[in-house]
Ligand binder design. Structure first.
Ligand code: AFP
Length: 330
């Protein structure tokens, strides 16, 4: 089996980007050990702190954020980072060629129940000159690499540099990431959807009718039954979609008028959309392609509908009907 080093060497990447990917992968190995320690290392539970999202930070959120920050600070190719757990960007090496956005521990509310969590990362080119939050405001199309590390029964790295999606499994005996799928591909059709159904009454009309038609199954307009899965960690749900197809969505909702969207663009939606498109899938907000969004803020949130191309397009047709009738709610 090929190692991560061998696979990266076979791709047309410059040495500095290869180094940044190795820095992220090596830091993820350390995070994997910390997550596996869990209660034994006294790292479960919450702190008294809140992050910029207004969410109580779990101990491991902070520990893993600091591990990634320290690792990236030592990589001369990284000019700055943006993290879900950091209010503002963190300037690192002024001569660096890359910016890194990450969610250090996605799904952290799963930590205390020993369920799936992961690290999501996105690598952007660093503009010349002084770095600021504005430097990060590039569309997802500008990403030069993206991926996630899933801390599950196996620790797995899914990576794209724009040459398809490669999946690696961490070999505990050598602590090496070994290639276990050279070209992940999302089946165009699916009968499996992932959504947090408890928000149903708050969704916009197009999503209400799309999901209710799925639930009607054989007796409804889709004329087949559907299954549902919800891991409450995007990294786990997207991994399932990459492995066996499916549609994952966290749509707009009016539960809190000040926060119509849940998922963050820069370090959740964009990296996952890059992976999904590279694997032959589709990633949309319902009204625009995620990778084409011009970000306005490093912690911007968006609606996400991604996965099997034909099923996402079926969902978008419902939005198209709604969209044709009136301007989409912003
Ligand atoms: P946490 O990291 O706070 O657990 O949130 C995870 C997440 O951002 C994303 O990974 C999940 O898909 C989504 O939130 C789950 O949201 P619900 O808790 O509303 O189901």
């Amino acid at each position: 089996m090929q190692t991560l080093t061998q696979v990266l060497a076979s791709q047309p990447l410059n040495a500095s980007l290869t180094q940044v990917i190795h820095t992220l992968a090596n830091s993820a190995k350390d995070i994997s050990s910390a997550v596996r320690q869990g209660a034994l290392a006294g790292v479960l539970g919450a702190t008294e702190q809140e992050n910029v999202q207004g969410e109580t930070q779990k101990k491991l959120d902070i520990i893993t954020n600091d591990m990634l920050k320290d690792a990236l600070a030592q990589d001369s190719h990284v000019k700055a980072l943006a993290s879900e757990e950091e209010d503002d960007i963190v300037a690192l090496n002024s001569q660096g060629s890359y910016l890194v956005c990450f969610d250090p521990l996605d799904g952290s509310s799963n930590i205390d129940i020993n369920s799936l969590v992961g690290t999501i990362f996105s690598v952007l080119p660093a503009p010349a000159g002084d770095v600021s939050a504005k430097s990060f405001l590039q569309s997802g199309r500008a990403q030069v690499a993206a991926g996630y590390v899933l801390y599950g029964p196996s620790t797995m790295l899914a990576l794209t540099t724009g040459h398809g999606v490669q999946l690696f499994t961490l070999d505990p005996s050598t602590n090496e990431f070994l290639l276990t799928d050279a070209a992940m591909s999302i089946s165009p059709d699916t009968s499996e959807f992932a959504i947090n159904m408890s928000n149903q009454r708050f969704w916009e009309a197009p999503m209400q009718s799309y999901i209710s038609d799925l639930l009607l199954g054989k007796i409804g307009p889709r004329e087949r039954n559907f299954n549902m899965r919800w891991i409450a960690a995007m990294v786990g749900d997207v991994h399932r979609v990459l492995c066996r197809g499916g549609i994952f969505t966290y749509p707009a909702d009016n539960k809190d008028s000040k926060k119509p969207f849940k998922l963050r663009l820069m370090y959740e939606a964009n990296p996952m959309a890059f992976l999904v498109e590279q694997a032959g899938g589709v990633a949309s907000t319902g009204y625009e392609t995620i990778l084409d969004i011009e970000p306005q803020h490093i912690h911007e949130r968006v609606a996400v509908i991604l996965g099997s191309a034909n099923e996402v397009n079926a969902c978008l047709e419902y939005h198209g009907q709604h969209y044709d009738d009136q301007e989409p709610e912003c």
